[in-house]
Design a protein around this ligand. Structure first.
Ligand SMILES: O=C(O)CCC(=O)C(=O)O
Ligand SMILES: [Fe+2]
Length: 293
């Protein structure tokens, strides 16, 4: 019997409450009432991105059963056509999923659509050009991100702009019940867990909930998450460390974190702990744009 638990939902959470009740306690939360004034809610759509950057080359991913990831490179215009055709009757193949795309770096004119940004929730070190740490997720309904945790063991603030998403998340402590594969992927499918194959999952305590447009989801470092788009969806996140999480992430390098991730975590720890300015750190961080995690 799998017992599920509930995520907390809070309205207009202050910086102090966010820090003390959630970040410091390692507790996830959904926050509403903070970003509803963003222009992105009126402006962003597939057509809008197509209109402003039709020939921009992007990549999209196909996740197959055992987490092989196939990368497809195509223009935004072509990608959007694929999604529109799929959504007409959902009979065609599900298009690949545009996942972890640094769209603010590729189309800087859309940064202003998410202002005022939630800088209050972030350590000051991230305030300078915060958008460089953001990744977009754009896809058709039924797109799925299989169960994983975020590869640098960062905190994650996730912004849902268009469409709804169903999340199933598990705290880091439950990773031992989810049958890990490689550094950050897991074999269990929390939507239909095969308890014959993965019996330990019965001990896990998944939280299942829907994230709506205007919601902010906070996930502490190491939170496992499985995500299903319920509609055509546009979302983005920002991954960020505190001093404490950057040290924990460095310690995790002895538990199998890939060397490349260690490199990024070292840079971030040097910024946060040794207070090396982001302007300097980021000159070593450039290829983040191409970093497929
Ligand atoms: O929205 C998704 O499909 C995945 C989101 C995710 O994995 C993340 O924000 O780290
Ligand atoms: Fe993730």
């Amino acid at each position: 019997m799998i017992t599920s638990s509930e995520i907390e939902r809070r309205y207009k959470l202050s910086r102090n409450e966010f820090q003390s009740d959630y970040v410091e306690k390692g507790k996830p939360v959904i926050i509403s009432g903070v970003i509803q004034s963003w222009d992105s809610f009126d402006k962003w759509s597939l057509e809008y991105f197509q209109q402003i950057s039709p020939y921009l080359n992007i990549y999209a991913k196909k996740f197959s059963a055992h987490q092989g990831i196939e990368l497809h490179s195509l223009t935004i215009g072509k990608y959007i056509k694929l999604i529109e055709t799929y959504e007409e009757d959902k009979k065609n193949d599900l298009p690949p999923y545009c996942h972890d795309l640094p769209l603010f770096s590729l189309i800087p004119s859309i940064i202003k659509d998410v202002e005022p940004f939630t800088l209050d929730y972030l350590p000051k070190w991230y305030w300078y050009k915060w958008w460089r740490y953001c990744q977009f997720f754009i896809g058709a309904s039924n797109s799925i991100t299989p169960l994983h945790f975020d590869c640098l063991l960062t905190n994650n603030i996730f912004f849902q702009i268009v469409g709804r998403k169903q999340f199933t998340i598990l705290l880091a402590d439950d990773a031992k019940y989810c049958y890990r594969q490689g550094w950050r992927w897991f074999f269990v499918d929390p939507e239909k867990p095969d308890l014959n194959k993965y019996p330990e999952y019965k001990n896990a305590r998944p939280m299942k909930f829907v994230v709506n447009p205007g919601d902010i989801l906070y996930m502490p470092p190491g939170t496992l998450h499985h995500v299903r788009s319920l509609d055509t969806s546009i979302s983005f996140n920002i991954d960020w460390h505190t001093k404490k999480s950057s040290l924990n992430a460095l310690a995790a390098s002895v538990r199998g974190m890939p060397a490349k991730n260690l490199y990024y975590n070292l840079l971030l720890a040097m910024g946060l702990i040794l207070k090396i300015p982001p302007q300097i750190i980021f000159t070593f961080y450039k290829n983040y744009v191409n970093y497929v995690s």
